[in-house]
Design a protein around this ligand. Structure first.
Ligand SMILES: C[S@@+](CC[C@H](N)C(=O)[O-])C[C@H]1O[C@@H](n2cnc3c(N)ncnc32)[C@H](O)[C@@H]1O
Length: 358
């Protein structure tokens, strides 16, 4: 995906074509103002107050308990980027944004927008990171409220992706065990357990993640089939020939290459013969600049907040191959453009312990 500046008139088209517009100003000042304006409108319940209908400024500021003039400036800014429509003194939310911003919709991402206030603060560390290479290592630094925001944010991002991914993952109908490493709320596990009635899942999560929110409420009637286990994927033993499927979705970017390599080996050991190990990431393309802005910008962000950043498909497949797994065709999702589940499977022929050790 790319971000483009679109001209609104012939004059602007000519100015952009002749490179007369100071585009770095658009990419910085304008982008950071609109980013914060959308987050503020979500967090201050402005979008929720307008809802699916239309409201006057007084109605909005009275209900949201915000300052009328300041609220008008916010709404004007949001109208400038097409989020809000204004007509005859009434404001409404542009229909295409309602499903992302209103809590009535299962697809709403307001919890992620709320988590972004934490991410906004973390970004102030960027220059220090570039100068020194010292990442924040958020998983060792967050307090309880940041952990809660983090997990709630992850939940809303995976709601729709989990349904699509579960629809595309093909397991044997007799598949009985899966391991969801860093599975957070476990929505990927829940959707897969709904699809495969014989399947149970263990979500291996850091203790602080499990303490931060009541993840157990997420089990959705799958009593006993979705379990949470406090642990650490880096140091824990994952077992031997236990799982039909191991997922590592959006976690590898937190680990170093060496950690991922060793984790792939532990995962390979923990798979049953014929089992599948999927690593889901916004993978980087081989050449910088290719593959759009999502993997590259999140790569920088993950590097600053954790320790590694985005990986390329080649990197990920190399860990899987070195672990003795056979790389298969990746799964791509419509709901997460640029994201892939990179799949590798264990041979169906069970090796002797001697061969496995070598
Ligand atoms: C970006 S979130 C992804 C959550 C979920 N897999 C998804 O795709 O929505 C990364 C998750 O990995 C967990 N995590 C990080 N380091 C871990 C470790 N060493 N062992 C287990 N989980 C870990 C975090 O707590 C967090 O919930």
């Amino acid at each position: 995906m790319r971000l483009r500046i679109s001209p609104e008139s012939v004059l602007e088209r000519i100015a952009l074509k002749l490179n007369l517009v100071p585009t770095p100003l658009v990419h910085t000042q304008i982008y950071f103002i609109i980013a914060r304006a959308i987050m503020a409108a979500a967090d201050l319940n402005i979008f929720e107050t307008i809802g699916g209908g239309s409201k006057t400024l007084d109605e909005i500021s009275n209900t949201a308990k915000t300052h009328p003039t300041a609220t008008r400036h916010l709404l004007d800014c949001l109208a400038g980027i097409g989020y809000i429509k204004s007509s005859g003194g009434y404001y409404s939310i542009q229909s295409k944004y309602r499903r992302w911003l209103l809590r009535d919709f299962q697809s709403n991402i307001t919890a992620k927008l709320h988590f972004q206030f934490n991410e906004w603060n973390w970004m102030t560390n960027l220059e220090n990171y570039i100068r020194t290479g010292a990442a924040i290592e958020i998983h060792t630094k967050m307090g309880p409220s940041e952990w809660k925001d983090y997990q709630e944010g992850m939940k809303v991002l995976s709601v729709n992706a989990a349904v699509e991914l579960a629809g595309k993952i093909k397991l044997s109908p007799t598949a009985s065990e899966m391991l969801d490493i860093g599975g957070s709320y476990g929505l990927y596990s829940i959707e897969l357990c709904k699809k495969y009635p014989a399947l149970s899942s263990t979500i291996l999560e850091l203790p602080a993640a499990l303490e931060s929110v009541n993840l157990l409420t997420a089990k959705q009637g799958l009593a006993g089939r979705v379990k949470f286990k406090a642990g650490d994927a880096i140091s824990d033993n994952l077992g031997d020939k236990v799982y039909d499927l191991i997922l590592l979705n959006n976690v590898a970017h937190h680990f170093s290459a060496e950690e991922n390599r060793k984790l792939a080996q532990k995962a390979a050991r923990a798979l049953k013969p014929g089992g599948m190990f999927g690593i889901g990431e916004f993978a980087l393309r081989a050449k910088p600049g290719e593959g759009g802005v999502v993997a590259s910008s999140s790569g920088l962000y993950f590097a600053m907040t954790s320790k590694s950043g985005s990986w390329s498909t080649k990197d990920i497949n190399s860990w899987q191959k070195e672990a003795g797994l056979k790389v298969k065709k990746p799964i791509n999702l419509l709901r997460l453009p640029g994201w892939s589940l990179l799949i590798a499977t264990k041979s169906c022929i069970a090796l002797s312990p001697e061969t496995e050790r070598n």
